[in-house]
Write a protein that binds this ligand. Structure first.
Ligand SMILES: Cc1ncc(C[n+]2csc(CCOP(=O)(O)OP(=O)(O)O)c2C)c(N)n1
Ligand SMILES: [Mg+2]
Length: 548
């Protein structure tokens, strides 16, 4: 007779799960034993938070949930930042946590926390499993909920006595495809009319346009309609080809060069915009009209309140919209000029060889060593703005950044997941010296897994982004600097290879050499953040002469 844990593992295998990331506790030992007898790999991490970031990234990159596991109380609470990351970022993920027995209480309340209650606001669904016979249905439902729009995390708690209890064999439930209805004709007609009446329509690709299955239909829509587009930070790369229509990425909410195109537009077709992102532009009583195209209707916000909506399966709805407008639009020649100007300004100083290295040069050099399908995974820090603005993407999901929870610490684990999924592609984690140290213990996991991975650390010995905000607010430079370990020796102590970039022209050959070799490499480079204020404040506010 199978135990609850056997049914759980069989139900996960039924969903196509190949790996579970996590740190088991004694309450999970039945599950660990069932995993030993299955094809699913148990991948230990050195902190539950990293396991959750990895599982969430699996969901983000594949559209099917990644799975992570922890013990009760302390382990489960360590998953919570990862839960919020997946919840805000709309990444499908399943979190399995153990719990003490529910039918007896031999350890009284030792380690007991109401984990379900703590997970509820961070997930789409959080449930305790109370009988082994219900496991196949609960697991199937959990995957359905995690995957369907808007995707996100689901938490299941399996108490140890339920895991260990024998039961009758219960049949598994076969997964079925998830399909959405297409937008109704009235909504499509209304949107088409608005687009055809506009003089200067502009497309904005938001976070949800990066869903793996939208790559093809989005590119087709842009190719058919030839409408210029910009993207939000998390919408970067979602349109392949057609990039001669790309006018930039909105890394700031207003005042950046890309906003010249936004200000020029009289209609914005916002595809897949999710207001968890820092606003890519600010709607007000004046300004362009907005049509929202997405699977779910827009949240009404002070800065985002679309005038019309096209709600339904995005790919299919866009095809129907293109049928109504293709060949009937008159392209606005001014966008082409604006595009040249915006991209020219963004490229400025990209090849400067000042040392420590400028952020623009780092972005430029990283682009040089990354093939089109190479994946760059950012942690959170000041450089995220520079990468979002300056890094040109040609393939969907090749710049993974978090503009939703915007948590530090996910850079390395997300890159590890990308490297596991795509062993033939170059994968680079880019981390600040602050964010890297929040999950640097996972260097051991990366080495143990035999990953080919390069980690680039930008050293300013500070929480640079906060230091920049302090300067923007005209506060004294105080309290935000720290010391670092010797990163080269630190990498070596994990069995990775460490490199220190000592001159600006060393950056490309060092990265190139690290990629040509196998295994985990860490490259540390000092960064000159004087550009933060010079460009992102003074230049944008017109306080320095344009294009020296
Ligand atoms: C977990 C977490 N803690 C704090 C913050 C606030 N925060 C945002 S960026 C930042 C500084 C990041 O420093 P570092 O990683 O060194 O990158 P830098 O900005 O210096 O390049 C901080 C503290 C955050 N986003 N996430
Ligand atoms: Mg720093």
């Amino acid at each position: 007779m199978p135990k609850g844990s056997d049914l759980l593992v069989a139900a996960l295998a039924n969903e196509g799960v190949e790996r579970i990331f996590g740190v088991p506790g004694e309450e999970n030992l039945d599950v660990v034993e069932s995993l030993r007898n299955s094809k699913i790999k148990l991948i230990l991490t050195r902190h539950e938070q990293a396991a959750a970031f990895m599982a969430a990234t699996h969901g983000r990159l594949t559209g099917t949930p990644g799975v992570c596991m922890s013990t009760l109380g302390p382990g489960a609470l360590n998953l919570s930042t990862g839960a919020a990351y997946a919840h805000l970022g709309a990444m499908p993920m399943i979190m399995l946590t153990g719990q003490k027995a529910i039918m007896t209480a031999k350890q009284a309340r030792f380690q007991i926390v109401d984990v379900i209650a703590s997970m509820r606001p961070l997930t789409k669904m959080a449930r305790q499993i109370v009988s082994p016979g219900s496991i196949p249905a609960i697991v199937r439902d959990a995957f359905r909920v995690a995957m369907e729009e808007r995707p996100g995390p689901v938490h299941l708690e399996l108490p140890e006595d339920v895991a260990g209890e024998e039961t009758e064999q219960v049949s598994l439930i076969p997964p079925h495809p998830i399909e959405l209805p297409v937008a109704p004709p009235a909504a499509l007609e209304r949107a088409a009319e608005m687009i055809l009446n506009a003089q200067r329509p502009l497309v904005m690709l938001g976070a949800a346009s990066s869903r793996p299955k939208l790559v093809e239909p989005l590119s087709t829509f842009i190719r058919r309609t030839r409408i210029p587009f910009f993207n939000t930070q998390m919408g970067k790369g979602s349109v392949t080809g057609g990039s001669n229509l790309y006018v930039g990425t909105a890394a700031l909410s207003s005042g950046d060069y890309v906003h010249r195109a936004v200000d020029h537009a009289d209609l914005i077709i916002a595809i897949g915009h999710d207001t968890v992102e820092k606003p890519p532009f600010l709607m007000g009583p004046q300004g362009p009209k907005v049509v929202h195209v997405a699977c779910t209707s827009a949240n009404v916000e002070q800065v985002y309140f679309p005038h019309a909506e096209v709600i339904g399966d995005v790919g299919a709805s866009l095809a129907l919209l293109a049928d109504r407008i293709e060949g009937k639009l008159r392209p606005d020649p001014a966008f082409l000029g604006l595009r040249g100007e915006i991209l020219e300004r963004i490229r400025h100083r990209a090849e400067e060889d000042r040392f420590p290295v400028t952020p623009q040069r780092i972005v430029h050099d990283v682009r040089k060593v990354m093939p089109e399908d190479g994946i760059v995974c950012l942690d959170n820090g000041m450089y995220k703005i520079w990468f979002a603005r300056n890094y040109r993407t040609h393939v969907a999901n090749t710049l993974l950044l978090d503009n939703a929870l915007a948590t530090m610490g996910a850079g390395l684990p997300s890159a590890m997941m990308a490297a596991l999924l795509y062993p033939k592609r170059r994968v680079l984690a880019v981390c600040g010296d602050g964010g890297f140290m929040m999950n640097s213990q996972e260097m051991e996991t990366a080495v143990r897994l035999g990953l080919n991975l390069v980690v680039l650390i930008l050293e300013d010995s500070a929480y640079g982004m906060i230091r920049w905000k302090q300067a923007v607010d005209k506060l004294p430079d105080w309290g935000l600097t720290f010391g670092n370990p010797d990163f080269v020796r630190y990498a070596e102590s994990y069995g990775a290879t460490g490199h220190r970039v000592k001159s600006t022209n060393d950056l490309v050959p060092t990265l190139e050499g690290a990629f040509k070799d196998t295994g985990v490499h860490l490259v540390t480079v000092p960064i000159d953040y004087a550009e933060n204020t010079r460009v992102l404040v003074e230049e944008l506010q017109g306080r320095v002469p344009e294009l020296a």
